[in-house]
Design a protein around this ligand. Structure first.
Ligand code: AMP
Ligand code: ZN
Length: 566
């Protein structure tokens, strides 16, 4: 179904769209011709035979004659009528039966077939290519990575053995592809593996191992491999991968740190030189339910509260804003200042219970993380996990409300919703929120498109497979410490748009126009950044801007302001 849709979409794009206009004009001409004949038919019948026909009957007559069907139920009985019918028949043959199919074939079918036949996937890269990222395996993770690479102007190539997939990626997704087997040395030579910046192995674990061995036999290019089974990490290292990313385990730990206050030290979201952007949950700190002014975070630590993140929305707070326990503070400052805050916040661990819904690879990793803290947890899964001998899970479908209640959803402090089915996750989020309005809900989105629904259902934090994977990979590529964001927050650096130089922050209207907020200004002379500058601060050309916003607001910033800064 999907491919028919894609074909149709292709059909009505570009040059073919132009041809569609011609077809429409021809359609109008045919309609006009039919109408003119119908009126003439009506007139001739009345004049020659004294018979009166409705417009519908006249059109019916014209169409049956033009298409040479000629039922013969309405006929003329004199020469002029015969002549008229003959003309209508001949013009029908010419306009409907010859020109129309011919036009359809030459304007649509032929260019389309030609296009398909002409497609020859690239089989090698240019001799001069170097510094590119080679990607093996397309899934939502690599698709998200490619979007990041594109926006950072880093060149990449996807290598796939599948001709059909290559065509689809190139035509529909505008992704650069070379066709060939990932484990064929000849293919790897042709994609210039020796000159590449990085190899991303995102196939199955055995295929990744084979790919690593093949690459290693030819070049020293660093390899980052995503593994599905945490047990395979060592094997992939042995095969030659420099970075092995056990995604389910990372995801599981990350979810666990979010579900409890114990691991809830500041998460570094991003760093720009010495400036760290970090997030820390309000829940469990002494600041809970205080106003921002009362908490005096800046006075006590020097950290600026850049934004508050509350159940999927980003807010830029004033002093009167209340720090709700379910909110997350986004802070800017130095690493030392963050450590100071962590000491202030204290390790407020106390008796708590976390429910883990889903004891697959991710849920098991969450459990292992909590075990070490230690935080008591209850695992629920509809099936026993054959790869885990360490945990005893409650076996049952977690969507049965009674089961959650029995497990203690009403008393628990946190719940980690991590089944492999997003509908189930949305449902479980709804039902957990319904049973316990104060519980901290951390949910996994298997598909990026479900992030919003999970927030709407009442989740406090949503983490998606694809964006965590893509963030880790892009950090690996840029040799950054591995960090990743909560879904929906983006911290980004931009050169000063020329039209803003000389204006104050207030006059720039960055926030009203785009929704983004300035986290810091980086002076051109390399002096320390101005963190959360006041609205009177003047923007100068060549200053660097560090902004925070949702990914949509980031895109809006790019659309609103020019990027052609010097
Ligand atoms: P993984 O993707 O490896 O983290 O595995 C996800 C786990 O979620 C599997 O073990 C599934 O059995 C489990 N799961 C899926 N649907 C449900 C459900 N309705 N109730 C409980 N567990 C579920
Ligand atoms: Zn386990």
């Amino acid at each position: 179904m999907k491919s028919i849709g894609a074909e149709l979409a292709y059909f009505f794009r570009g040059r073919l769209r132009q041809n569609l206009k011609v077809l429409c004009l021809y359609g109008v001409f045919l309609l006009a011709l039919i109408l003119a004949y119908a009126l003439l038919f009506d007139y001739l019948m009345w004049r020659l035979e004294g018979r009166d026909f409705s417009l519908t009957a006249s059109i019916y007559w014209v169409i049956t004659v033009m298409t040479t069907l000629g039922f013969g139920d309405i006929t003329f009985h004199n020469d002029l009528g015969y002549l008229f019918a003959t003309i209508v028949t001949i013009s029908g043959v010419v306009f409907l039966l010859i020109i129309l199919p011919f036009g359809m074939i030459s304007l649509f079918l032929a260019p389309w077939i030609e296009q398909r036949l002409r497609y020859r996937p690239a089989l090698e890269l240019d001799e001069a290519t170097s510094g590119h990222v080679l990607i093996f395996g397309m899934d939502p993770i690599t698709a998200s990575l490619i979007r990041k690479l594109k926006s950072r102007m880093i060149s990449y190539v996807v290598v796939t053995p599948d001709h059909q997939q290559a065509l689809h990626l190139e035509e529909e997704e505008n992704i650069r592809v070379v066709c060939g087997s990932p484990t064929d040395q000849e293919v790897l030579r042709k994609v210039r593996v020796g000159q590449a910046r990085y190899v991303i192995a995102n196939l199955s674990d055995p295929e990744n191992a084979n790919l690593c061995l093949t690459v290693r036999s030819m070049a020293k290019t660093p390899i980052a491999a995503i593994v599905n089974d945490p047990e395979h990490v060592d094997l992939l290292r042995l095969a030659g991968a420099n970075q092995v990313i056990p995604l389910p385990r990372i995801l599981g730990r990350y979810l666990a740190t979010r579900a409890t206050t114990c691991g809830a030290l500041a998460h570094i979201l991003d760093s720009f030189g010495d400036l760290q952007i970090a997030e820390i949950p309000v829940y469990g700190t002494p600041f809970a339910n205080q106003t921002l002014a009362e908490a005096r975070i800046r006075q006590r630590t020097g950290l600026a509260v850049v934004a508050l993140w509350e159940r999927g929305t980003l807010q830029f707070p004033t002093g009167e804003a209340i720090l709700h326990p379910e909110a997350l503070m986004i802070l800017a400052g130095s690493r030392e200042q963050l450590e100071q805050l962590e000491q202030l916040a204290g390790d407020q661990s106390r008796e708590e219970l976390v429910l883990i819904l889903g004891h697959g690879r991710v849920g098991c990793a969450s459990a292992k993380f909590l075990e070490r803290k230690p935080v008591p947890f209850i695992l629920i899964d509809q099936l026993a996990n054959p790869d885990c001998a360490d945990h005893v899970a409650v076996i049952g479908d977690a969507t049965g409300r009674y089961l959650l209640k029995q497990a203690g959803i009403e008393q628990a402090q946190g719940v980690i919703v991590t089944t492999n089915n997003d509908n189930t996750n949305i449902f479980l989020t709804l039902s957990s929120r319904h049973s316990n309005p104060h519980i901290r809900i951390v949910a996994r989105a298997n598909d990026d498109t479900n992030v919003e629904q999970l927030y709407a259902a009442g989740a406090d934090f949503v983490v998606s497979n694809a964006s965590v994977g893509a963030s880790i990979l892009s950090n690996v590529l840029e040799s950054k410490e591995s960090v990743f964001l909560t879904e929906g927050i983006s911290v980004f650096r931009r050169p000063m748009p020329p039209e803003l130089a000389g204006k104050t922050i207030g006059e720039s209207e960055i926030r009203p126009l785009t929704g983004c907020s300035i986290v810091a200004l980086e002076p051109a002379d390399g002096s320390p950044p101005l963190i959360v500058p006041p609205p009177e601060q003047q923007l100068q050309a060549n200053m660097g801007l560090i902004l925070i916003g949702s990914p949509q607001q980031e895109a809006l910033f790019a659309e609103t302001f020019s990027t052609a800064a010097g």
